[in-house]
Ligand binder design. Structure first.
Ligand SMILES: NC(=O)c1ccc[n+]([C@@H]2O[C@H](COP(=O)([O-])OP(=O)(O)OC[C@H]3O[C@@H](n4cnc5c(N)ncnc54)[C@H](O)[C@@H]3O)[C@@H](O)[C@H]2O)c1
Ligand SMILES: [Zn+2]
Length: 718
């Protein structure tokens, strides 16, 4: 809803210009250079749909121009990129003028900048105005023209004055009504420009890319590019096949409709059948705005099925919007708060390989340290050689690096337009980088290559020692990656079998755990020759190791690094057999018959236990740990034959202790709800499992009922 359409190149600035010094030649040159880069980037982004700059790099350049122009206002000419709505009209489409200009938005990259914008509203006399918060949809802007309720035209934003006519394409979008339906309260207006964003939902984007790659065509880098590429098609049938969606975020020219507030306009649009967002909120304070931003940021990937890149905050009242007016490119009554980018360009310096705990050798990209989604990334996985080939990434490429939420950083693909000529393809090494063994498949048909020197390959040994201490295994604090490496390097241990043999004397040989003794210090923590003393961390590690010797059998099984044996399979085995001795003596059939185990795991266990150096590890551990669960006869077997799923957080239990409680009473702790589930225990913030239980008619218990079930069995519930 732009109000004034006059570009009002700030008059103050022009007046000031006379007073300040003229821009020196090198500043002019820089301004010209960056302006060209920005114009070029816009062309590639808006017209070609294949950007070569990341959004963050683009924003940085635009900000640089703004800063130069702040210092030297004479550079802020009407055709500077900072003064224009970025975009152009491709010759592929008919150019048509918008009835009312389409604007861009000013950005805030921090709360400081947001507060600056708010302070400006106050200076203009807007004391605590109602603020409308909505999601910033990462798609492309569209302008729909309705005449007497009929959709007559759809235009892209173009340069803000003139857009590209994509009417037949827009008409293929399901959520775009061809006709509006009025009510008594909201009769259909004579004429209306509706502004919104066309997007491709993330799932549709992923499906589309699968189809594209299967057809041997380049994949789209992200949903925005895919949406733009899909809408701006010569053949509308292609657009129709792409599952595009649309959401409204404003209105332009109108006749026979004058809303008092942005939120009222949305109400009318929704009534007429136009797609509006259910995420719009009107709030009264900046604190509430920030809470909205926090919340949407935290749930960025689940709040809506499409990508968002920020939050847009707008003054809700239309007369106040008019009062604030617009600059040459954006309204002053709105601001886009942008989240840290999740996709940036990065220089791929090299592709290296790493050796995992089971010998799997996987390539990863080493990049110039790059900021993405709030952290600095230098490494990103490439999974396997096949993946490197499929994505065609090469050392020396500029790549698109993506880090979304908690997901590990990923290389999306190369920016082909920036590839230096003659860049060689990467070749998977044939030898283990850690021990030089020739890489091979473990089994025929494996996609992965492995170093089969499992016993002695230093990389695998280190990963296994680290794993022994992991949360799913013995959970030993103080034995992290650094400690594992240091203990192996000093010879204090040779592999995971030695972990429980660690004592003061051995730790004192490892520099990481020693310090210079204090004056006159002697006693147990000091080496016999008095030269080194054990650090506090070293002492803690010994205490934690001691504690770990009381660990349950399933943790021991996980720690052994048997293929396919994770916490779930380990619990099942421990429950059924009770001791390592029993597992070692069981036949493959007996193992496979165990509920939750099956033939693959059984075969892996049998294969593992036959290897002599594996047996040595077990023998060494057995000197320190029982390798068996004490069956506590005092615990009644109240849950024999029952399958129970616990979901959400319970007051008196951790995730592990719930399972423990169920299993020790003879029950089965399952992870997902099915018809076979007897009870679902629901704690706070329980998700879809609780719903599933309702659907299937499985009895749902709260924590108190669960406690009674534990004590007395099903009889306790009646
Ligand atoms: N990578 C590149 O080379 C390149 C080039 C040009 C632009 N860009 C990207 O585009 C941005 C600039 O584009 P811009 O001028 O469209 O500005 P913008 O994307 O920062 O904001 C303006 C646009 O946001 C859209 N929008 C989404 N949700 C909205 C909502 N709820 N309310 C109002 N508008 C909403 C509208 O289409 C509006 O035109 C850059 O910051 C960059 O991210 C990238
Ligand atoms: Zn190796």
């Amino acid at each position: 809803m732009s109000a004034t359409d006059q570009p009002d190149l700030a008059r103050d600035d022009v007046a000031d210009a006379a007073a300040v010094t003229a821009a020196p030649p090198e500043v002019r040159e820089r301004h010209r250079e960056v302006s060209e880069q920005v114009e070029d980037a816009r062309w590639r982004y808006y017209v070609l749909d294949t950007p070569t700059l990341s959004d963050a790099d683009f924003d940085t350049r635009l900000r640089e121009l703004e800063a130069l122009e702040d210092d030297y206002p004479e550079l802020r000419t009407p055709d500077s990129p900072t003064q224009k709505v970025g975009g152009a009209v491709s010759t592929e489409f008919t150019a048509v003028d918008h009835l009312q200009r389409m604007e861009s938005l000013d950005n805030a990259f921090s709360y400081d900048e947001l507060e600056g914008w708010y302070a400006r509203l106050a200076r203009e006399g807007l004391e605590t105005p109602d603020l409308l918060c909505e999601l910033k949809v990462d798609g492309l802007a569209i302008n729909l023209l309705y005449e007497r309720g009929r959709l007559v035209r759809g235009l892209t934003r173009g340069d803000g004055r003139t857009g590209e006519d994509v009417t037949p394409n827009v008409k293929t979008i399901d959520s775009v009504p061809h006709r509006l339906t009025g009510t008594d309260e909201f009769p259909v207006p004579e004429l209306l420009e509706v502004r919104g964003e066309v997007f491709l939902p993330v799932e549709a984007f992923e499906r589309l890319n699968v189809t594209m790659t299967e057809a041997g065509r380049p994949a789209f880098a992200n949903p925005r590019n895919a949406a733009a590429g899909s809408l701006r098609q010569k053949d509308p049938r292609v657009t129709a096949s792409r599952d595009l969606g649309m959401v409204c975020h404003g209105i332009g020219e109108r006749r026979g409709f004058e809303p008092k507030a942005q939120s009222h306009a949305y109400e009318a649009l929704a009534t007429w059948g136009l797609p509006t967002s259910d995420q719009v909120r009107v709030v009264g304070t900046l604190t509430e705005v920030e809470a909205y931003i926090e919340n949407a940021g935290e749930h960025r990937h689940s709040i809506v099925p499409y990508e968002i890149d920020g939050v847009v905050v707008k003054v809700d009242d239309v007369s106040l919007q008019r009062r604030m007016g617009s600059t040459s490119r954006a309204p002053r009554w709105a601001i886009a708060f942008k989240y840290p980018p999740e996709e940036v360009n990065a220089r791929l310096l090299a592709i290296e390989v790493q050796v995992g705990r089971t010998g799997r050798v996987s390539p990863f990209g080493r990049m110039e340290p790059t900021r993405v989604a709030g952290s600095t990334v230098e490494k990103a996985t490439l999974h396997n050689a096949h993946e490197v080939r499929r994505k065609d990434v090469r050392p020396g490429d500029t790549v698109i690096l993506r880090k979304a939420g908690d997901v590990i950083p990923e290389i999306v693909g190369p920016v082909l337009a920036l590839r230096p000529e003659g860049l060689a393809e990467w070749v998977m090494p044939t030898e283990c980088p850690a021990c030089g063994t020739t890489l091979a498949q473990q089994k025929e048909g494996d996609r992965d290559l492995r170093c089969l020197n499992h016993e002695a390959c230093p990389a695998q040994v280190r990963e296994r020692v680290f794993h022994v201490a992991g949360r799913g295994a013995f959970d030993i604090e103080g034995l992290g990656y650094e400690a594992a490496s240091a203990l192996l390097a000093s010879g204090a241990i040779t592999n995971e079998g030695d972990v429980f043999d660690l004592d003061e004397a051995r730790l004192l040989t490892t520099p990481l755990f020693t310090r210079a003794p204090k004056k006159g210090e002697e006693g147990t923590h000091v080496s016999p020759d008095g030269s080194r003393a054990l650090t506090a961390n070293g002492q803690k590690l010994l205490a934690n190791l001691d504690k770990a010797t009381g660990a349950a059998l399933w943790r021991v099984l996980v720690a052994l690094s048997i293929r396919h044996v994770g916490p779930t399979a380990a619990r099942a085995l421990a429950q059924e057999f009770g001791s390592w001795q029993a597992i070692a003596a069981a036949t493959e059939e007996e193992l496979a018959a165990t509920e939750g185990v099956g033939p693959t795991i059984a075969a892996a266990v049998v294969e593992w236990r036959e290897v002599p150096w594996h047996q040595e590890i077990v023998a060494k551990w057995s000197g320190h740990l029982p390798l068996a669960d004490e069956r506590d006869e005092s615990v009644p077997r109240t849950l024999e034959g029952l399958t129970i799923v616990a979901t959400g957080s319970l007051q008196g239990y951790t995730r592990d202790s719930v399972k423990e409680a169920i299993i020790t009473r003879g029950g089965k702790a399952a992870g997902s709800v099915s018809k076979k589930t007897d009870y679902v225990v629901v704690g706070e913030n329980a998700g879809s499992k609780a719903e599933k239980a309702e659907q299937l008619g499985v009895p749902v218990l709260d924590e108190e009922q669960f406690t009674r079930l534990l004590e007395q069995g099903p009889a306790g519930l009646s």
